[in-house]
Design a protein around this ligand. Structure first.
Ligand code: TPP
Ligand code: MG
Length: 328
């Protein structure tokens, strides 16, 4: 059971719960619509990893910067992209965050600090350093978070970015979700070190491993890293331990995951665990149900808005590509 002695306030925990349930119910809805044939997009499920994003984003300000990956829907929603705009972009509509020209793999929404979503594994880390350098130079007090996976930590760009961030004491947080798989390859088959976090020491960087399925541990770890970065005390590598409960992408095989590991993942499912934590704190069940009901309504409206929105006009291809042709 979670140690709540150093727990965030009730209000903050409910904020994290709302974010986690928004991720969870949106993820379920994406998969339901794909199953029903109402959507035809590439989709990377976040089932099992909801609390990592919810805890991290609850520790940030709206104007802090975020860089994420193809498995980024959890980060994007919990950072605050309005559901309607997110669904519209995922479904390629002109009303989306990138006018339907980015799609699920390239969600960008500077208004909520979501600066880059990339499918190139590991490529977000040096870009995060660039954003953090801009904040350091401007003195704007912003913190940059870059989300990536265990597999990405074996890409050269990870190591270059870690070294540079520590050298310049950049206000950046490297958030590695260790979900035990990189595509179809188990952690032990791609990495021989015991952990990712142990690598921080090699760069003189602060590194913290936490239980990414525990909202208290996840939030406290995230908050401390954010506070330090904002105070100018430099970067942190966070390794959030979690589990990808479904295949690499929607519809993908899962049979290579050992049964015992899948069962352990189900036992450690962060969603029922979070609800139980709140019930143990005497939060009324009706309050939790009301949060979920409001989320369902938000998603209903977002899906309706997205599917009723037009696709971009062909002429739109000319805009937002070269500087001279930025659309009005
Ligand atoms: C540079 C690069 N190499 C390979 C790939 C193919 N690829 C896509 S996802 C993925 C696995 C990444 O695993 P991890 O970083 O653990 O993230 P997860 O999918 O588990 O969230 C790979 C190898 C890619 N997209 N980019
Ligand atoms: Mg992984």
């Amino acid at each position: 059971m979670t140690d709540t002695t150093s727990a965030p306030s009730r209000e903050k925990l409910l904020d994290i719960y709302r974010r986690a349930m928004l991720i969870h119910r949106s993820d379920e809805r994406f998969r339901a619509l794909l199953t029903q044939g109402k959507l035809a997009i590439v989709y990377y499920p976040v089932r099992g990893q909801e609390v990592v994003s919810a805890g991290m984003m609850a520790a940030l300000n709206q104007d802090d910067y975020l860089i994420t990956t193809y498995r980024g829907v959890a980060d994007q929603l919990s950072k605050g992209i309005p559901s309607k705009l997110l669904w519209a972009e995922f479904t390629g509509r002109a009303t989306g965050t990138c006018k339907g020209k980015g799609g699920p793999m390239h969600i960008t929404h500077p208004e909520t600090g979501v600066m880059v979503t990339t499918g190139v594994v590991g490529s977000g880390l040096p870009i995060a350093n660039g954003l953090a350098i801009s904040s350091q130079n401007r003195g704007d007090g912003k913190v940059t978070v870059v989300c990536f996976g265990d597999g990405a930590s074996n890409i050269g760009a990870f190591h270059e970015a870690m070294n540079m961030a520590q050298l310049y004491k950049l206000p950046v947080i490297f958030l590695c979700s260790n979900n035990k798989y990189g595509e179809h390859t188990a952690f032990a088959a791609h990495t021989d070190s015991e952990s990712i976090v142990s690598r921080a020491a090699g760069y003189g960087m602060r590194g913290v491993q936490c239980d990414g399925n525990d909202p208290v541990d996840m939030y406290n770890t995230a908050k401390e890293a954010v506070d330090r970065a904002r105070r100018g005390e430099g970067p942190t590598l966070i390794e959030a331990m979690t589990f990808r409960m479904l295949g690499h992408l929607f519809g993908a095989d899962f049979s290579y995951v050992p049964k015992e590991l899948a069962e352990q993942g189900a036992r450690e499912d962060p969603i029922p665990r979070f609800r139980q934590l709140l019930l143990d704190m005497q939060v009324p069940e009706s309050e939790l149900d009301a949060i979920v009901a409001a989320i369902e309504k938000e998603i209903d409206e977002a899906v309706e808005f997205a599917l009723a929105s037009p696709f971009p006009e062909v002429d739109e291809l000319r805009f937002d590509v070269v500087k001279q042709e930025i659309a009005a």
